[in-house]
Design a protein around this ligand. Structure first.
Ligand SMILES: CC(C)(COP(=O)(O)OP(=O)(O)OC[C@H]1O[C@@H](n2cnc3c(N)ncnc32)[C@H](O)[C@@H]1O)[C@@H](O)C(=O)NCCC(=O)NCCS
Ligand SMILES: Nc1ncnc2c1ncn2[C@@H]1O[C@H](COP(=O)(O)OP(=O)(O)OP(=O)(O)O)[C@@H](O)[C@H]1O
Length: 198
């Protein structure tokens, strides 16, 4: 089985590209969705998160993301402690995903922080989803509640796009049409099905 790590900075179109891999029949592990589940109703992690940041969880509704965002954005130590609660559980579900699909020729790990958190070491190849900075900025600022200040802060926490591109085995460009992007996704799949990755 070959493991492709899929990553990209905020608003680069990673979720859209991950959906394209899925549509081509490739199993995709969605780290962000798993984090949402681990913060959702009934998660055994809720008491720990509540103890760390009182008032950010509700037993029936799970984590209040707006409240948790306020508690951790701009406070690196608080964010680090939150990650410390979430990541061991996240790694466990990722291991289970890989086991479940071990007979498949190719799987994708969609991990927004693949470079930042060391996940790049455990994949066979890396695909970076990228678009010009102005396209990224336009997409992100169109989201309700997002400000230029918040975008600047999030970008400061992430490995710069230029460095991601430099370290990529494949760059998937999302600055054009969805059809052009889909063709690139198909090329990556064909390439990894043919060769030994990197
Ligand atoms: C702080 C939280 C509650 C804010 O949630 P919210 O829905 O407002 O934002 P969202 O999760 O969509 O993140 C917005 C952007 O910030 C980036 N981001 C999220 N967490 C981190 C982090 N720990 N370090 C750097 N960037 C981050 C995301 O990749 C995305 O580009 C949430 O991001 C969180 O719980 N983060 C810690 C877990 C984590 O590291 N998740 C990353 C995805 S695996
Ligand atoms: N060629 C393209 N490829 C991918 N997305 C595109 C393309 N053209 C336009 N878009 C649009 O750009 C937006 C990208 O958002 P998406 O949620 O996929 O980004 P993301 O990188 O997952 O964001 P985040 O990291 O913030 O979660 C979507 O609304 C998508 O429809």
């Amino acid at each position: 089985m070959k493991i492709l790590g899929l990553t990209g900075s905020i608003g680069m179109g990673k979720s859209t590209v991950a959906a394209m891999f899925r549509a081509e029949g490739v199993p995709v592990f969605d780290a962000d969705a798993e984090v949402h589940r681990l913060q959702g109703p009934g998660s055994p992690l809720l008491p720990e998160i509540e103890a760390l940041h009182p008032g950010t969880t509700h037993p029936d509704r799970g984590v209040d993301r707006a409240a948790l965002r306020k508690a951790v954005w701009g406070n690196d130590e608080a964010l680090g402690r939150l990650e410390h609660i979430l990541y061991p559980a996240l790694h466990k579900v990722r291991r289970r995903f890989l086991l479940r699909h071990r007979a498949r020729p190719l799987v994708v790990l969609d991990i927004p922080l693949l470079f930042e958190k060391g996940g790049w070491r455990k994949v066979d190849a890396i695909a970076v989803v990228s678009a010009p900075a102005w396209v990224q900025r336009r997409r992100v600022l169109a989201r309700p509640g997002m400000t230029a200040g918040q975008l600047g802060h999030i970008l400061s926490l992430q490995t710069p796009d230029a460095e991601k591109r430099r370290r990529a085995d494949f760059i998937i460009d999302t600055g054009g049409t969805l059809t052009v992007t889909r063709a690139q996704v198909r090329r990556v799949i064909a390439c990894l099905s043919r060769s030994g990755g990197r």
